[in-house]
Design a binder for this molecule. Sequence first.
Ligand code: 4NP
Length: 160
Amino acid sequence: MYKVLFVCLGNICRSPLAAALFEYRVLNSNVGITFEVGSAGTINYHAGKPADERVLQLLKEKNIPIQHSARRIQVEDFDYYDFIFAMDEENYDSLKKFAPLKNHKAKLIHFRKYDPYNQGSFTVPDPYYGDMNDFNLVFSICDDVIDNLIDKFKLGEPIN
Ligand code: 4NP
C-alpha cells in the first residue's frame, strides 16, 4: 500500500483532478497495489471548497468520480504520505520550504518528472484564470503522467 498526495496552489483545480484521475486509473488497471490518494494546496484560501466547477464538468463528461474538499498541506503530511507530487515548480519550492525536517518519510517529487512527453518544464500550467482549453490541457498532461506513473509502480521501478 502506498500513500500518494498531489499538491498544487489552491487545491481546487490541478491536484484534485490528478487525484481523481489517479484513483480512477488505478481502479481500472491491474496494478496489484493499493493506494491511498489525496490532494492538498500550498495556500489555505479555498479550504473547505469542492473542486472548481470546470474540473467537475470535465470529469463528469469522462465519467470519472470525484469527492473533494480543499485543504492546505500540513506538516504531518510529510510523514503520512509516501509520495508528494508537486504540480508545478512554485508548488515544489513552497513544499521544500514548508517541509519541517530533511528526513521525513515522503518523497517530494515534481509531478511532470514522469511526463513522457515533457520538454523540460516541471510545471502543469495553472488553469484557474483560463478557460476549458486550459483545463483540457491539464487533463491531458495528468493523463500522460499518471499512465506512466502507474506503469512504473506496476514494474516496481524506483519513483523519486
Ligand atoms: P490550482 O489552481 O492551484 O490548480 O488549484 C488555482 C486555484 C486558485 C488560485 C490559483 C490557482 N487562486 O489564486 O485563488
